[in-house]
Design a protein around this ligand. Structure first.
Ligand code: IPM
Ligand code: MN
Length: 361
């Protein structure tokens, strides 16, 4: 019997509440599919920071390295200045554990109200592979003349070929394995590069060359498309059915995946994985800590449940991942009135129960 060591970081606000539900479903899946989960909880987050001044200490990173995977609730506390926890915990974990892929499916589930006119689940079903270690996120830059009328601020988008290549390789492999043809819903598996080659003529030129070189050499079976990022935003609204697998840099990936999330029903359902294919990955609902709903039992835990499903997929428990997703689809399609906090028709824990129960039925 496989045993998985999972670190659970509930984090801030509603993070711990949704994580409890994800763990509930995780335990149900372990029972059903015959594997064992050893969980260890960590309290990194705003409360601990206010108590101790510590975000994610280096020793915490070393601890996290010992696990097969990490489940994260949410990071962000109303009493802590913006940036401290995000950089000190979330980005630190992503960088130190070299989770160089941020995998964000954009998938409309049945029964979910979609803000795009006439779009159905078959129309919104694609994945964004967001590079997760480079770009404007590296902190390369600084100020001169700070605080004066002539102040200058520079923050550079930085990529090296190695980072681009490893991300592209993941994306091509992903498209080959999970693209539309592989899923039996299209004629081809397609990888679309999202860039801005008309203005960012250095970094997206590098991406573009690397993309076509690798595609031509190793992935002739995967069709290659290119979209400028601004146009991508239009098509994500107007014709999301065009997309299959998209790959892009960190900053564009951050922005377009929030747009993607709202087209699939919002933060109650959108999940992502910070993946190090050779190391320890971390899965999270991509919504924030929703402080105003903390402790009320009204927040939607499905994004956390879906994140946990993605974790199983990455651990190689593909059947468990698939059945968790099917159970979530059943809950959105047959049970919930809305995905919005307080409007689901069920409490947070009842939604967790519904998924767990459906899974074992
Ligand atoms: C996300 C978030 C983070 C990011 C923030 C909280 C640092 O927006 O996971 O998309 O920009 O990556
Ligand atoms: Mn974001």
């Amino acid at each position: 019997m496989s045993t998985y060591k999972i670190a659970v970081m509930g984090g801030d606000g509603t993070g711990p509440e949704v994580t409890v539900e994800a763990v509930k479903v995780m335990d149900a899946a372990a029972d059903k599919f015959g594997f064992k989960i050893e969980k260890t909880e960590f309290d990194f987050g705003g409360e601990r920071y206010m108590r101790t001044g510590e975000t994610l200490p280096d020793s915490g990173v070393e601890d996290l390295r010992q696990f097969d995977s990490i489940l994260l609730g949410a990071i962000g506390h109303p009493d802590v200045a913006p940036g401290i926890l995000e950089k000190g915990i979330l980005l630190k974990a992503r960088f130190e554990l070299d989770q160089y892929i941020n995998l964000r499916p954009v998938k409309l589930f049945p029964g979910v109200e979609c803000p795009l006119k006439d779009k159905k689940p078959a129309d919104i079903d694609y994945v964004v592979v967001r590079e997760n270690t480079g770009d404007a996120y590296t902190g390369t830059g600084g100020f001169t003349l700070k605080g004066t009328p002539n102040e200058v601020a520079v923050q550079s988008a930085v990529y090296n070929r190695f980072q681009v290549d490893r991300c592209l390789k993941y994306a091509f492999e992903y498209a080959r394995k999970h693209g539309k043809k592989a899923r039996g819903v299209g004629e081809e598996n397609t990888l679309g590069l999202v860039g801005k080659t008309n203005v960012l003529t250095y970094i997206y030129d590098l991406w573009d060359r690397a993309f076509h070189e690798m595609g031509e050499k190793d992935y002739a079976d995967v069709r290659r498309d290119y979209y400028h990022v601004d146009a991508t935003c239009m098509w994500m609204v107007k014709s999301p059915e065009w997309f299959d697998v998209l790959v892009t840099g960190n900053m564009f990936g951050d922005i377009i995946t929030d747009l993607g999330a709202i087209t699939q029903g919002g933060m109650g359902i959108a999940a992502g994985g910070n993946i190090n294919p050779e190391g320890v990955s971390m899965f999270e609902p991509i919504g924030g800590s929703a402080p105003k709903y903390t402790g009320m039992g009204v927040i939607n835990p499905l994004a956390a449940v879906c994140a946990m499903g993605m974790m199983f997929d990455t651990l190689g428990e593909e059947q468990a991942a698939k059945e968790i997703e099917d159970a979530v689809k059943w809950v959105t399609g047959e049970k919930l009135k809305s995905l919005a906090a307080g409007k689901m028709g069920y409490s947070t824990s009842e939604v967790g129960d519904l998924v767990a129960q459906k899974l074992v039925d």
